[in-house]
Design a protein around this ligand. Structure first.
Ligand code: NAD
Ligand code: AKB
Length: 316
């Protein structure tokens, strides 16, 4: 079997940072290169090779993949929904040109598996909000969502037209304790834990009854690597797998945290991110992922909340 030589883009981000750690444990530290537009530091730098890579710089993308002899890419660099609404041109440039550079490199350099994430942001207000089907209406209202739909379509095109092995899931909001989220709408579901531990109170930027699909980081990492390692012949889809684990309202999350911190107070002051959240689904049908590559989440609201609070308290 060929030795995996992996490059992670956006490795300093919320998902990339923890994904890199797990990939290094599996494939050997020296075989996983962590890259980001920001100089990778901390544990990423201490635990294996790192480099600075701006994914919009096409020649840098090609030469870095060649110089490290990369055969597998986890492309995590992106601009998320809230930042994307503040800077739509930047969001288009990073998400689209970054992804097309990686896809072209996959074809021209003959890479193996390339993972390019999509998001629940690919959906829009016309999409069925409950049990959102795998095949459904994709009319997002954010620039971020537009780039996610275009990324899915381009990925499928590269798979069918050029035989590239591009795969991806529509992640729900990801909750984690290691790296703060980087400018999304679902960030409140992480911030609330930090503020609960640090201050015992939180001002939430979406309404109490806002219900969105979420997932704990260990499930996110598992899903990502499981799909990357799945037998291609069992995959009917490529870049757009619905993925579900948890769905709860902001109020339900606050109530779960209150079981551990009885005095915890939450006030709700919706801002521009409410309008984004209102266009996304509440629950997701992920039966294609379950059938085609055996996806099954392991974390629920109760055990995730206990684990998050334990991890954050240990850091404080
Ligand atoms: P993040 O914002 O935490 O990290 C993105 C990283 O990309 C950052 O470290 C940033 O420095 C880097 N970056 C930005 N511009 C770059 C450029 N030009 N070149 C190289 N790096 C650049 O994002 P994340 O939450 O880790 O998301 C990773 C992927 O998963 C993205 O495609 C995102 O759309 C998707 N996703 C994330 C979530 C979530 O809740 N975290 C949900 C759905 C989808
Ligand atoms: C965001 O809120 O932008 C991300 C996502 C769901 O894609 N967390």
């Amino acid at each position: 079997m060929t030795q995996k030589k992996v490059l992670v883009t956006g490795a300093m981000g919320q998902i990339g940072s923890e994904l890199t750690g797990e990939l290094r444990r599996r494939y050997g530290s020296e075989n996983v290169i962590a890259t980001d537009i920001r100089k990778p530091g901390g544990i990423l730098e201490e635990s294996g090779p790192c480099d600075v890579l701006d994914v919009t710089d096409r020649s840098a993308v090609f030469s870095m993949l060649e110089s490290y002899g990369i055969n597998t890419v986890y492309h995590m660099a992106a601009i998320l929904s809230a930042t994307g609404e503040k800077h739509p041109a930047l969001c288009w440039n990073v998400n689209m040109n970054g992804s097309i550079n990686i896809m072209d490199a996959a074809v021209e350099l003959g890479l193996g598996t390339v993972m390019i994430p999509s998001s629940i942001a690919a959906f829009g207000p016309e999409t069925p909000r409950f049990n959102t089907p795998q095949e459904t209406i994709l009319r997002p209202r954010t620039m971020y969502g537009v780039t996610k739909v275009c990324g899915e379509l381009l990925g499928d095109y590269y798979v069918k037209r050029f035989g590239a092995d591009i795969r991806g899931v529509r992640y729900p909001g990801i909750i984690s304790s290691e790296t703060l989220p980087g400018g999304g709408t679902t960030d409140y579901a992480v911030d609330i834990f930090y503020k609960a531990v640090e201050k015992g109170s939180y001002t939430c930027f979406v309404k109490k009854d806002t219900k969105l699909p979420m997932m704990y980081m260990p499930d996110c990492i598992k899903a990502t690597i499981d799909l990357a390692e799945a037998d291609r012949s069992s995959l009917v889809h490529s870049c757009e797998y619905n993925l579900a684990a948890l769905s709860f309202t902001a109020g339900e999350l606050a109530a779960e945290i209150k079981k551990h911190i009885p005095g915890f107070e939450v006030t709700y002051e919706p801002d521009f991110r409410q309008a984004i959240a209102d266009t996304w689904p509440a629950t997701i049908d992920d039966s294609a992922a379950r059938t085609e590559w055996g996806w099954k989440p392991e974390w629920n609201l109760e055990n995730m909340t206990t684990d998050m609070l334990e991890k954050l308290r240990a850091k404080n």
